[in-house]
Ligand binder design. Structure first.
Ligand code: ZN
Length: 480
């Protein structure tokens, strides 16, 4: 019997702390068991020659929305296949009661098992869920969700605070609860999470969507009043000020309660500067900063209004460059796709009423390599931190995911640094029939994506069956 199930030979392997090293990586029983020169293929069940290609830790796409607009099982199958194209081996997806997803209400002890049931057997990647406590009684379930279901991360949407907000989709009907969804509710969530720190340390965390709905209300009215359209108008209607105001408010409560937080999808210079300043000014604040691929790669000059609608909005070219600076300087901790598969039909033709969001998980490694490494000289080690190591650490997946190191899962992306393709919907292998990234020339695509030592994407083709992916109970250190 072979000593190793799989050996990747002679690749430029991106190792944590030591950068790129030409060596072999050996996997047995789903785990990385050896890294070094000259392991070779003789003792391996399967050998892949990776000379002149880069070997990255499989990406952890920590922000996605499986099942938001389509049935969960179907969405998991098509969109986790798309993730493989992007070198993603673990997807963390958001889930809440109310409209969308399972379109249901009730306690998570009853609803969450249904989500797991719908997911089971349908993912190509490993996966987990962030859960949003929408009602007062959901807050009381937080400890049980960690303990019983391995859910270690939660979400609060600041822009649902004012219900019936024009153009946001946030209404009573949407949330389907009579409970107040406001700063008091947020405070209770934070207090509940902070109370778990003694037991779980900082690995139980709250992610926050920061946009102040009261600021949006005024800017939205004024922008619509001028009769303007297009994505520049959408950005003006939900301005960076709305992000910054919500960030300050959330940071204050997090600092007070001691709840570790994650600022989701900061889209503007003002948002990033405010979050970064709050980390320095507010004592005891543990806050990580996330940005998305679309806020890095698209600006409102180049994306279509209906198809490119997303919250927070696509911003100016100046904002995208400010985000890249923050990425390069180490201010940003995590880069994600915020993948939400929709369709042209779902988007409709009118920007103000179109479904927000779109997919992008298939571009996680390719865009970071192409726009980050090739165009902006961001090292591949830093790329691996942003899309693998940090998201794994922030979301309770370390020390199992996020690095090429002995004992870690054998999750790997082998990247052909010379492959260049223009983005089309077909290239992304998603069920989405359009992409706002269409036309971008991207260099550096995964040829192979390997999940726990098993081949999932080979020569750019999905070769595994759905069900390869496992549900990962988090925080992993506490769940062994
Ligand atoms: Zn999202």
């Amino acid at each position: 019997m072979a000593e190793y199930d799989l050996v990747i030979g002679n690749g430029d392997v991106v190792l944590p702390g030591s950068g790129m090293t030409v060596c072999d990586v050996a996997v047995r029983d789903g785990r990385i068991v050896a890294i070094g020169k000259g392991i070779g293929g003789e003792r391996a069940g399967r050998y892949i020659e990776a000379r002149d290609r880069v070997v990255l830790p499989g990406a952890v796409d920590a922000h996605s929305h499986i099942g938001i607009y389509r049935p969960v099982a179907e969405d998991a199958r098509s969109e986790s296949a798309s993730a493989l194209v992007g070198g993603v081996t673990t997807m963390l997806s958001y889930f809440r009661t109310g409209a969308n997803y399972l379109n249901t209400t009730g306690p998570y002890r009853e609803v969450f098992p249904r989500m797991l049931e719908a997911s089971s057997g349908n993912f190509f990647t490993d996966y987990g869920y962030h859960v949003a406590p929408m009602t007062h009684s959901h807050v009381e379930e937080i400890a049980a969700l960690v303990e019983g279901f391995g859910v270690s991360t939660f979400k609060f949407y600041t822009f649902y605070k004012t219900l019936n907000l024009a153009g946001s989709g946030a209404s009573r009907e949407y949330i389907k609860s009579e409970d107040a969804y406001d700063s008091g509710h947020l405070y209770r969530i934070m207090r509940a999470i902070a109370s778990l720190r003694q037991r779980y340390g900082r690995s139980v965390r709250l992610s926050t969507h920061c946009e102040d709905p009261e600021i949006i209300r005024v800017f939205m009215e004024e922008t619509k009043g001028k009769g303007e359209g297009g994505l520049a108008a959408y950005s003006a209607a939900r301005p960076p000020l709305a992000e910054a105001a919500a960030i300050t408010h959330v940071a204050m409560l997090a600092s007070e309660t001691g709840c570790p937080i994650n600022f989701l999808h900061l889209s503007s210079r003002e948002a990033v500067q405010t979050a970064e300043a709050s980390r320095h000014i507010m004592g005891g604040l543990d806050a990580t900063i996330e940005v998305t691929l679309h806020h890095l790669a698209l600006d409102y000059g180049r994306a279509d209004a209906v198809l490119g609608k997303v919250n927070p909005p696509i911003r100016s070219k100046e904002d995208t460059e400010a985000l890249w600076e923050a990425v390069a300087e180490g201010v940003v901790d995590v880069v994600v796709s915020d993948h939400a598969c929709t369709t042209k039909a779902g988007k409709g033709t009118e920007m103000w009423t179109a479904d927000p969001g779109f997919g992008g998980t298939a571009l996680l490694v390719p865009l970071m390599v192409s726009e980050g490494f090739f165009k902006r000289n961001i090292s591949l080690e830093r790329v691996a931190q942003l899309i693998s190591f940090n998201p794994a650490r922030v979301h309770g997946l370390a020390p199992r995911k996020g690095a090429i190191a002995p004992g870690y899962d054998g999750d790997l992306a082998i990247v052909d640094m010379n492959e260049e393709k223009v983005v089309t919907p077909a290239a992304l292998h998603s069920a989405q029939d359009f992409t706002p990234f269409e036309g971008l020339r991207v260099r550096g695509w995964p040829s192979h994506t390997i999940v726990r030592g098993q081949m999932a994407l080979e020569d750019g083709q999905v070769v595994a069956q759905p069900g390869l992916g496992d549900y990962i109970r988090r925080p992993v250190g506490a769940q062994r």
